[in-house]
Design a binder for this molecule. Structure first.
Ligand code: GMT
Length: 400
């Protein structure tokens, strides 16, 4: 069966959706998939839908004041017999409970493991009532964790059993087909950014705090996992610093923070590298940067890069996974091979020593982000997909 590629079947259709009751499950922490799940929920609520987040903690970017947004906590149950809580099961039960109480039309789970398995169980428990669910694949659920032999068969099964499946890039769609041999249709709906909220708003006070002598600011934002190669960000910065004054702002936290701090000390740049930890108000911070670094080993999309681009920040990233679908080399940023810190530093020095070039690339970055990835264009694709899945479900029921 042919796969749907970028915008292929959804984008050009007019959308007339009536309000739906949508359950959304994702990781409530700082990972990109959780951010997408949360932002999607907020955008859907703003468009009149009722959104029910079902997860073990309130998602970090959730607006609890919106009357159309609700949070339902799935318990991480502890019991002396359990070394590890069977969260997949308690989540499935919570999904069923919310479906029944709130009369959900559809469930949308982000990151296949274990959310699509929970949704599958919930759907089976709900029968004969219909609880269709959509799984959105984000990246490591396919490329790193999902293809671990301990998970692969059940990940493949839950993808195949989903009522709808979307992928956040064409790259990830190809990987899913190649690694899992999935034959069902998968729709590509790209990640998105709210182009009205993510705008460049200079904050002289914040800039002065980070770069008191007016140095250019490089920035990185991630969960500091090994796949992000944040030590490369430090090395790139150290090479820039050999040629010119600059500051590096590191936002986020995770396992590689300590090694990165140690490398900054070894390279003698520790005074110029600011580790801010996990932060709120990302959009206000991104817009203060002159350059964003994303030196990942693999990135199925690179949401942080897109958010930076919307704030007119050019990006130096690695030519890997879905990143080339987001950044056009030489136009709104530069792409280098993973681990090639020397070339990345060369591009960074080039850009930062010619602020006019950096600004021009920054403008291009926003233009390109707006062209393909504004939430105002992407959210209707999800709405339409929900409608499609609901319609096919109901006709499947009628045919039985
Ligand atoms: O790697 C992360 O930042 C977390 C991870 C996740 O699933 O939470 O991110 C994946 O999903 C993001 C949102 O769709 C994408 O922007 C990231 O590229 C993707 N990460 C990888 O593929 C390594």
């Amino acid at each position: 069966m042919p796969q749907a590629t970028w915008y292929a079947s959804l984008a050009d259709e007019p959308v007339h959706t009536s309000p739906m009751r949508i359950g959304i499950t994702g990781y409530p922490t700082y990972g990109g998939s959780g951010v997408v799940a949360t932002e999607l929920g907020q955008e859907l609520a703003a468009r009149g839908h009722e959104v029910h987040f079902i997860t073990y903690a309130p998602p970090i970017r959730m607006n609890a004041n919106d009357p159309r947004i609700h949070f339902h906590q799935a318990e991480v149950v502890s019991y002396p017999l359990f070394d590890h809580s069977p969260y997949t099961l308690s989540l499935a039960v919570k999904m069923l409970e919310v479906f029944e109480k709130e009369a959900l039309d559809i469930l949308h789970v982000h990151y296949a493991i274990p959310h699509s398995v929970s949704a599958l169980l919930a759907r089976q428990m709900a029968a004969p009532r219909r609880l269709p669910f959509i799984t959105t694949l984000h990246g490591t659920d396919i490329t790193l964790v999902g293809n671990n032999p301990n998970f692969l068969p059940i990940t493949r099964y839950s993808i195949e059993q989903s009522d709808g499946v979307t992928s956040i890039s064409n790259y990830l769609l190809r990987q899913t087909v190649a690694e899992f041999g999935i034959k069902r249709l998968i729709e590509v709906i790209p990640n998105f950014v709210n182009c009205d909220l993510y705008i460049r708003k200079p904050d002289p006070q914040l800039r002065a705090e980070w770069a008191p002598d007016g140095e250019p600011i490089l920035m990185h934002l991630s969960n500091f996992r090994p796949v992000k190669r944040i030590l490369d960000a430090i090395e790139i910065f150290a090479q820039v610093r050999e040629k010119m004054p600059a500051r590096l702002v590191m936002i986020g936290d995770g396992p590689d923070r300590e090694p990165a701090e140690a490398l900054a000390r070894t390279r003698g740049v520790e005074k110029d590298v600011l580790f801010l930890g996990k932060q709120n108000g990302i959009k206000e911070k991104l817009g203060q940067a002159d350059l964003f670094l994303l030196p990942s080993q693999l990135e199925s999309f690179g949401l942080a890069a897109l958010e930076a681009m919307a704030c007119e920040v050019p990006v130096i990233a690695t030519n890997t996974g879905g990143v080339p679908e987001v950044i056009v080399h030489g136009v709104d940023g530069y792409l280098v091979e993973p681990g090639d810190v020397k070339t990345a530093a060369k591009y960074a020095i080039e850009l930062l020593s010619r602020p006019d070039r950096g600004r021009e690339m920054g403008h291009r970055a926003r233009i390109n982000a707006k062209k393909k990835f504004c939430s105002s264009d992407v959210i209707p694709m999800y709405e339409q997909y929900y409608e499609q899945v609901l319609a096919s479900n109901y006709s499947a029921k009628a045919a039985r």
